[in-house]
Design a protein around this ligand. Structure first.
Ligand SMILES: Nc1ncnc2c1ncn2[C@@H]1O[C@H](COP(=O)(O)OP(=O)(O)O)[C@@H](O)[C@H]1O
Ligand SMILES: [Mg+2]
Length: 298
């Protein structure tokens, strides 16, 4: 289950030196005709097939990218984060190709576009206390003036995601639950206040209740701090709960997009209908006791 690539991604997000206050307040992320081909000849896989979309922040929104396993979601996340060079097409941030940013722009991008992954355990170094996640972020990505201010900010961020600072600080990753580890990643987001969060299946290892708490925090970040999230999932109940916008992906192509309420009420594409048909009739009491998992649809 562990994806060392995730740890690498978070580290990459921290290699930037602390930037000046970002001037890209209105910066948006644009995916333009993204294509990703892996391998060649008979074994070639077309993982992403001409995908375009825009993530903006006025107003901040939650955009869910939904599709079954293998449909190209994680590849798109890596392209957006600048960790995967597309075969063709480009991702731009504030109008500039994320793979061609100068030092200052890259630093701003790393600070303002933050990843959250499925398995936070892969991000933590098992030999270090979880505090290190915060201190690394503080040192590389914030301009908090001193240790005391940083400590206060860390504690504030933990409380903002409903973790008691005393119950997690000083602990090792294995001493925390999966839900606590994932909340720590959210506390890190709270501390950094990025413009965008790219969340690749962040809730798929959480139980129903913990998952809902996680989604509530993403929503809170949107409302309170204007953070736009690309929420990648194969769990339609999460998408329904979050609302906002949806993009449905099938075999590397976005086949439908729009407001969640509208797409779910009147899907225009066969594949979307198929996905929705797998969702049991809405029952507010049942919604979170059972996963609506579309991983099996062919
Ligand atoms: N580094 C890679 N090398 C070769 N094939 C890959 C690589 N990464 C992903 N793929 C293939 O690309 C397709 C899309 O994968 P992925 O983006 O991980 O889908 P998802 O996240 O929707 O499950 C799959 O067929 C997968 O096997
Ligand atoms: Mg994936």
């Amino acid at each position: 289950m562990t994806e060392p690539a995730d740890a690498k991604a978070v580290r990459a997000a921290e290699t930037a030196v602390a930037a000046e206050a970002p001037d890209g307040a209105g910066a948006s992320i644009r995916a333009e005709h993204l294509v990703q081909r892996f391998g060649s000849g008979r074994g070639a896989v077309l993982a992403v097939d001409d995908v375009s979309f825009e993530l903006d922040r006025e107003p901040a929104r939650i955009v869910s990218l939904v599709g079954q396993s293998g449909s190209g979601k994680s590849t798109i996340a890596r392209q957006v984060l600048g960790l995967q060079r597309p075969t063709s097409g480009a991702v731009t941030y504030g109008g500039k190709d994320v793979l061609r940013l100068n030092r200052k722009q890259r630093s701003e991008f790393r600070r303002n576009v933050q990843p959250v992954f499925q398995d936070p355990y892969a991000i933590f170094n098992p030999f270090y206390r979880v505090d290190r996640v915060f201190w690394t972020a503080v040192r590389k990505l914030t301009d908090l003036p001193n240790k005391r201010a940083a400590d206060e900010a860390i504690r504030d961020s933990l409380r903002a995601v409903k973790l008691q600072p005393e119950s997690v600080l000083g602990r090792y990753p294995h001493q925390l639950s999966g839900g606590q580890r994932q909340r720590i990643m959210l506390a890190r987001i709270h501390l950094l206040r990025p413009q965008f969060v790219i969340a690749d299946e962040p809730t798929s290892m959480l139980d129903a209740q913990t998952r809902r708490g996680f989604l509530d925090i993403l929503q809170d970040f949107r409302v309170r701090y204007g953070i736009t999230t690309l929420f990648i999932t194969h769990d339609l109940s999460s998408v329904h709960y979050l609302g906002g916008d949806i993009m449905v992906i099938n075999k590397g192509r976005i086949v439908e997009q729009g407001a969640v309420a509208e797409v779910m009420a009147a899907p225009s594409h066969d594949y979307t209908r198929l996905l929705l048909a797998s969702v049991p009739a809405p029952d507010p009491d049942q919604r979170w006791t059972e996963r609506i998992d579309i991983g099996q649809i062919r």
